[in-house]
Design a protein around this ligand. Structure first.
Ligand SMILES: Nc1nc2c(c(=O)[nH]1)N[C@H]1C(S)=C(S)[C@@H](COP(=O)(O)O)O[C@H]1N2
Ligand SMILES: [Mo]
Length: 212
């Protein structure tokens, strides 16, 4: 009898421990399918107003402007979209670069939900620190541009743009807007963002000129 009670007790606690596993956060990876990655800590901090610390409970991503179905998303609503990943290097005009595995959702998927109106030619991204930058709509659609929430398998840290940084591949770092709060569909193809209105090339192609 005592042995039976002991056995039941042991079964119970083993069951408890098994269902009680607490998942710890992921660890940054440094290698992906044979590609050596740089680290989240290899970035330089040169943001216009320093790091921003966004409270995710009050956060919304607003998709607005020339859209038939403008929408406000919570963080988890954005993350409920199909996830994609790719390795892309960010290059700052100041001369440093960092190669990272990015994971996020396609900006294109959000734009399709918002219903792009025919006059929309330009996508303007707005950020929590007042920063902005813009792209031709075709660049966003044709290149599967990511709105990233993870870098090297960890959630993007506040200093690096939490909750979202744009992976503006083949463009200079100043197009990689962090702390994104708004995606605006616009017809203003001559819109100039923060650095673009201070002399940097609005096209910002890596193989083109840095300055306008
Ligand atoms: N919101 C916001 N995004 C921003 C910036 C900024 O000042 N504010 N700086 C840009 C510049 S110039 C570069 S090179 C990259 C660099 O990313 P990092 O600041 O994480 O190194 O962020 C870009 N995104
Ligand atoms: Mo930069």
């Amino acid at each position: 009898m005592k042995a039976l009670i002991l056995l039941i007790f042991l079964l119970l606690i083993s069951g408890c421990t098994a269902s009680n596993v607490i998942s710890l956060g992921s660890v940054e990876i440094s290698d992906y399918n044979g590609t050596r990655l740089d680290s989240v800590n290899d970035f330089r901090e040169n943001s216009i107003h320093g790091p921003q610390y966004i409270n995710i409970d009050n956060y919304t991503l607003e998709v607005f402007g020339l859209a038939s179905n403008p929408k406000d998303y919570t963080y988890s609503e954005v993350l409920s979209h199909q996830a994609y990943s790719k390795i892309v290097q960010i290059n700052c005009v100041e001369g440093w670069s960092v190669k990272i595995l990015w994971e996020g959702v396609l900006v294109k998927d959000l734009l399709e939900e918002a219903g792009v109106e025919p006059e929309a030619s330009t996508i303007i991204f707005h950020a929590f620190d007042g920063y902005s930058t813009s792209f031709p709509l075709s660049y966003i659609l044709d290149n599967n541009i990511l709105l990233a929430y993870k870098m090297n398998n960890i959630t993007i840290p506040p200093e690096r743009g939490y909750p979202f940084q744009l992976v503006a591949e083949n463009k200079w770092g100043f197009k990689w807007i962090k702390w994104i709060t708004g995606i605006e569909l616009s017809s203003d193809s001559s819109y100039l963002g923060y650095w673009e209105s201070r002399g940097y090339n609005n096209n910002a192609d890596l193989n083109g000129s840095k300055f306008s």
